[in-house]
Structure formats: structure tokens, C-alpha cells
Design a protein around this ligand. Sequence first.
Ligand SMILES: NC(=O)c1ccc[n+]([C@@H]2O[C@H](COP(=O)([O-])OP(=O)(O)OC[C@H]3O[C@@H](n4cnc5c(N)ncnc54)[C@H](O)[C@@H]3O)[C@@H](O)[C@H]2O)c1
Length: 443
Amino acid sequence: MTESTTETLSSAGAQVLADKIRSRSARVGIVGLGYVGLPLAVEFAKAGFTVTGIDVSEDKVRRVNAGDSYIGDIASSTLAPLVESGKLRATADFSAVLELDTINICVPTPLRKTKDPDMSFIVSSCSEIGRYFHAGMLVILESTTYPGTTDELVLPILAKSGMEVGQDFYLCFSPERVDPGNPKYQTANIPKVVGGCTPACTEMGRLFYSQALQHVVPVSSTQVAEMVKLLENTFRMINIGLVNEIALMCDRISINVWEVIDAAATKPFGFMPFYPGPGLGGHCIPIDPFYLSWKTKQAGIEARFIELAGYINGQMPHFVADKVQNALNDAGKPVKGSKIHVMGVAYKRDIDDMRESPALDIMMLLQRRGGKLSYSDPHVARLRLEGMDLESLPESAAADADCVVIVTDHAAFDYRGLLQRATLIVDTRNALKGVNSTKIVRL
Ligand SMILES: NC(=O)c1ccc[n+]([C@@H]2O[C@H](COP(=O)([O-])OP(=O)(O)OC[C@H]3O[C@@H](n4cnc5c(N)ncnc54)[C@H](O)[C@@H]3O)[C@@H](O)[C@H]2O)c1
């Protein structure tokens, strides 16, 4: 036991929970078994804890209990032995909370159409937890959210029990930084920031994560921890917005933006390369900064960088659709009636996640202009979209297309073969880097 642990977790109740965590006999619960929750559940089960996942999706519960993974980064061969040995199970029944010592909440936090945060998943899962909540528990919110959520929204729900935070139970926020499809950094080796409502909460959170994860970074409050995630994602969103604007400028004055970035990236200090693309996608970068702007607006500060980058990034699918139309025009084919084949529809390479994918906007825009759309994606078998119900075609379908658009540069694609088959390629990712061909139109 470290000195700070001894001092901060001095009450008898705290000692009991801390001992359970250290001996790995604490019963761990993960609420929400998606891209974030399932890998976390697996990590704690691998560390020797008995883990219960709670999810409202009966299908996910059934698949976890069958050892059948639906998350790309978790192989079924990793999941199944943990389920078979009784280390990991899933349920849709929140009464399982009665048996748990810790809970990590990993439910969705989307935006409403008005770009206001949708807190309904956090509220409903916390209300369910509240029904079975008991003394001596550690609860950690991991869903990305606006600063203040843990103290202002979650704490009042749990405090209805009449128990006192920091004494009878422990509450923290810890931002999730998982990067699906990243082979180098996964749940276990991405440093974990954690901040609690009280110093005892922070210390309990630190102790908990340090059992299963390699680096834990305690911070002074839940608000700091919440803001860390929003800084990280806002940083990315704005830098992508900047480089997208540079790409639009380079396009206008006929400079290859990719070559510019690669050369600039040789500077060993003070520059970090970001790359342009067909638009933002996924659950985080297009959404999270708006949690921050929503919150700060209430405090009288307009988040002008966020609004501007959001506008520029939102223009990219239109820019790509225009590029395709112009490329077809130059080839003497009007977009109306042309066959357009999209390579990759997931929001980024080597994953199956379609949320907010720019491919969806690009395909809708081109369809509205009269294009006949098809696609290939080894990770997405079927796509239903505004009157389109498409199945992923073999890559050879590119040979029949008037134009191929590389939207997502999956590693599994045969780019050499594509170059031979296709007559016209709009490459939004520089997937054909270094190839000189009049067939290629680059972003
Ligand atoms: N996916 C990422 O790469 C990523 C990275 C960092 C942070 N995050 C954040 O983590 C959170 C979760 O994201 P995700 O990608 O894992 O989402 P997800 O949609 O993959 O998973 C969420 C799960 O929660 C379940 N769920 C919904 N309501 C519930 C309820 N009331 N009770 C129990 N389960 C419920 C859903 O059925 C689903 O299985 C979000 O706030 C997201 O912004 C995601």
C-alpha cells in the first residue's frame, strides 16, 4: 500500500473496498458493452477479476455469453475462455448491481439534432444502478461528456440513496481513449486519466485501474478529467479542420497538399502532421467538441474555433462529391446515370463502425445528383441509406464503374489491382501515394 493510499482511504469502509480491489476479489461491473465497455470488461477479467457486463441489448448479452465477440479489437478466441472460466458474463438485468463492488459506465453520449448533448443513456443507466446501489461501491463514468456531468448529473442520482460520496461510496470520471483498429495502443496500454468527486474517490479510482491497466494518471477533480477528453478531441477536430482548409486552398491553386504535409512533417519540432480527408466520422471527433461548446455557451463563451472547424469539416463530403462530378465531367460523362463505386464506407480504416461516416453523406449527395452507387467494404456487409439498400461487392466491381471513390483506405484493399481495373479514381485518402497516373484525381 502506498502512503497516499493509507492516508486517503483511511475509513474502515474504504479499507474493505481497497483490499478487495488489491486482492482482485472485487466484483467488477461494466454497464454498456460496446466499443469501449467490452474491451474494458475483457481487460479486468484477464487481470483476474470476476466481471459482469450489463447491457440493454439482449443480442449483445447473448453473444458475450456465447463467447462470440462483435468488437473487431476483441477476438472471440480471447473472449470465449474468459466466459467459459466464469470470469466474464453478461446480463440485461440491473439487479446484478446488488452483487457488484465497482461499476464503469460506458453508455453512448450522442448529440441531439440540435447539437445539444443527449444525456438520456447516462440518466437511464444511473437510475437503474440507483435502484440496486449499496454502500461500499466505486462508480466510474467513462462516457465522453461535458464538464460537470459527474458532479451535477450522476452524483445527485446516486446520492438519492442517502449515502455520502467519498465516505459511503466513491464516484469518479475517467475519459475513455480507446482507438478502435489501432494495433499498437489498446485499452491496457493507453494511459488512463481519472478524477474523483473527493480525494478518496480519486485514490479508489487510481487503485482500481492500476490493477489492470499499465499507466494511471490521477487528476484533482471529475471536471478536470472530463475536460481532458474534450481538449484531446477538440485538438484533433480543429487541426483536421485546419488541414482540410489548407487542402481546399491547395486544390484551388493546384498544389499537392499531401506532398506539402509530408515535407512539413520532416521538421523535428513544432509541427505535428494531420491529414485532410472526406469528412469527419465516428462517435467522438465530430461530436465531442460540441459538448464543450454547449457547456461554455451557458457560461457566455462562444467556442469559435470549434464552430469554424465544424463548418469546414462538414463541407468536405460536398467537396468530394464536387470532385467526383468534375472528374466525370472531364471524362465526358455526366454524373447523372454514371456508375460510382465507393471503396470503404466505415468511418476509418480497418474498422466496421459506420457512425457518422462521411461515406454516407458522399453517397447520398452523389445519388441525389443521379449517380448509381455501389460499394466495397470488407468490414461492412450491407448498407441501407436513403432509398439505397446495398450489399458490399467484390473489389472487381470497380472495373464496371465510371468512377471509383476511395473514401476509406482499408489495408485489405488491393490498390494495385484497383489501379489496373478502374478507369477513373478519386482518392480522398492518398491511398495511392507515390503512384503517377492520369486516372487518379487526388483530394
Ligand atoms: N468508440 C470509441 O472509439 C470511443 C472512444 C472514446 C470514448 N468513447 C465514448 O464512450 C462511450 C461509449 O461509446 P461506445 O463507442 O462504446 O458506444 P457503443 O454504442 O458501442 O456501446 C454502448 C453500449 O451501451 C449500451 N447501452 C445503451 N443504453 C444503455 C443502458 N441504459 N444501460 C446499459 N447499457 C446501455 C448499448 O446497447 C451499447 O452496447 C461514449 O460516450 C463514447 O463517446 C467512444
